[in-house]
Write a protein that binds this ligand. Structure first.
Ligand SMILES: Nc1ncnc2c1ncn2[C@@H]1O[C@H](COP(=O)(O)OP(=O)(O)OP(=O)(O)O)[C@@H](O)[C@H]1O
Length: 456
């Protein structure tokens, strides 16, 4: 597999894991954390093989498949059986596979919790290992909150187990993590001045919002002209942006594919597979692709929006410059994002350098790019994209145990109160203005009368 000597995180974390201790490993992106937990599990499994031996939790579905693949490769001589339990895939066949007692289950928390709540065809009461990859993401209460699902899962796991927690950004959530890993926990963090890898050339371009897309097209054209074998990931803020930019880039004939959470799961897997196989060289993605994905051909990461948190920046740019390779990241920064760049630089202890661009080349394509965006926006408006978004929102509310109709009613009522308040304020404002105008009129009349009297 081209693995001749352990990376530092493997060298330091594997012995305590083999010694039966809980482990928290914090090492930079692309430094081999996956093998640092897969190899000791495979070793222990070879000594006493049974199912279900190990549970791995991870925040995204694509990452679950990637981790399972590593177990399959390292565990092949043992005949290791794994089972992937993620949302968006058939639940019945997953339940069937779970009932066959695979050695390793790799899951996203939501779907595994659903299985626990709805069936009793499998038991996790004997697992030896609980692994949380991207542990800080699993524990933070962001847009996808895993807390309730994690509670359901942890409730059925044995207290006597080894817990392994890994991420490139563990430190912020260390306190919460310590309550999960309590068996002589071993904490290892790679010693370094910076939180991103040295092989990564980190750049920025300062641009007005309206010129951003033109810079993007210019950059992609430049990289694809100069390098045949390079793949590029562009990170965007929303699913809609992802969709529009994908349409735009195709208009400019770049071989583009997208990845975001509003796509059907099968399409997500298919797109990622085609990008990995270099059938498509350009991937436009939301943060669903920012953690863990290991694609060696990715040479460039472009942040179409400046990430709001340094942590998000670390994971996004970490999709390139992996396992000692070189890579470039370019962040498009508008005048409103400068404070975000400053906090990224302060937190990561790295200064971003300006990426040199010949501005007049960008301005040459500006009109064409902006017209293309408008056309793509109109095209997207004519599809049911926004409707789908609404349906997804309803689904999410149902999953959270809320009634979407009741929520809509509540929202409408709030909106009504808000607009009544606005009207009330407007009325007061108008009355005051009227009074002011009246007083002014009176004053003028009085003055006129006075001047009339004096002149008389
Ligand atoms: N000892 C090793 N020697 C050489 N390459 C290795 C070694 N260990 C792992 N790798 C390779 O390094 C790459 C990155 O590893 P991995 O995906 O585990 O990184 P990571 O630390 O989990 O990154 P991230 O924080 O982004 O999830 C993989 O392609 C893996 O096969």
């Amino acid at each position: 597999m081209g693995i001749n000597k352990p990376t530092p995180v493997q060298e330091h974390c594997m012995p305590p894991i083999l010694d039966g201790r809980d482990c928290m490993g914090c090492a930079k992106t692309g430094s081999g954390k996956t093998a640092a937990f897969v190899l000791p599990v495979v070793q222990k499994l070879s000594e006493d093989p049974y199912g279900i031996f190990c549970l791995v939790l991870t925040p995204t579905r694509e990452l679950a498949y990637q981790i399972a693949e590593q177990f399959r490769v390292f565990g092949k001589p043992l005949g290791l059986k794994d089972c992937i339990v993620v949302g968006g895939m058939d639940m019945v066949s997953q339940a069937l596979e779970l009932s066959k007692q695979p050695h390793v289950v790799v899951a996203t928390p939501g779907r595994l919790a659903d299985h626990i709540r709805s069936s009793n065809t499998f038991s996790m009461s004997r697992i030896q290992f609980l692994i949380m990859d991207e542990a800080d993401r699993l524990l933070e209460q962001g847009c996808t909150d895993f807390t309730k699902d994690l509670e359901t899962i942890l409730a059925i796991l044995p207290a006597k187990r080894q817990t392994l927690l890994f991420s490139a950004t563990l430190t912020d959530t260390l306190h919460d993590l310590k309550s999960i890993a309590m068996n002589r926990p071993f904490f290892w963090e790679s010693k370094s001045d910076t939180r991103t890898v040295e092989e990564l050339d980190q750049r920025y371009i300062l641009t007005p919002e309206k010129v951003k897309d033109a810079y993007l097209v210019h950059l992609i054209q430049k990289f694809t002209d100069e390098h045949d074998d390079w793949s590029i990931i562009v990170f965007v803020n929303t699913c809609k942006d992802c969709q529009i930019l994908t349409m735009m880039m195709r208009e400019f004939n770049f071989p583009t594919i997208s990845l975001h959470s509003m796509m059907k799961q099968k399409q997500r897997f298919a797109n990622l597979a085609m990008f990995k196989a270099s059938v498509f060289k350009l991937l436009i993605a939301t943060d669903v692709a920012s953690r863990g994905l290991d694609i060696p051909t990715v040479q460039v990461v472009i942040n179409h929006n400046t990430p709001g948190l340094p942590k998000i920046y670390i994971h996004r740019v970490g999709r390139t410059a992996r396992a000692g390779r070189n890579g470039v990241s370019i962040t498009l920064v508008t005048q409103y994002d400068i404070h975000l760049v400053q906090s990224i630089e302060a937190e990561n202890k790295t200064k971003l350098k300006e990426y040199p661009v010949v501005e007049k080349d960008v301005l040459k394509i500006l009109t064409q790019v902006n017209v293309t965006r408008r056309q793509c926006e109109i095209k997207l408006e004519s599809t049911d994209f926004d409707e789908k978004k609404e349906t997804n929102k309803r689904k999410q509310l149902i999953l959270e145990g809320k009634d979407p109709d009741l929520e809509a009613k509540r929202k409408a009522e709030l909106e009504k109160i808000r607009s009544q308040k606005k009207k009330f304020k407007q009325n007061i404002h108008e009355t005051i203005e009227k009074q002011k105008r009246g007083q002014l009129k009176k004053k003028i009349m009085k003055r006129k009368q006075k001047t009339g009297q004096t002149s008389a």
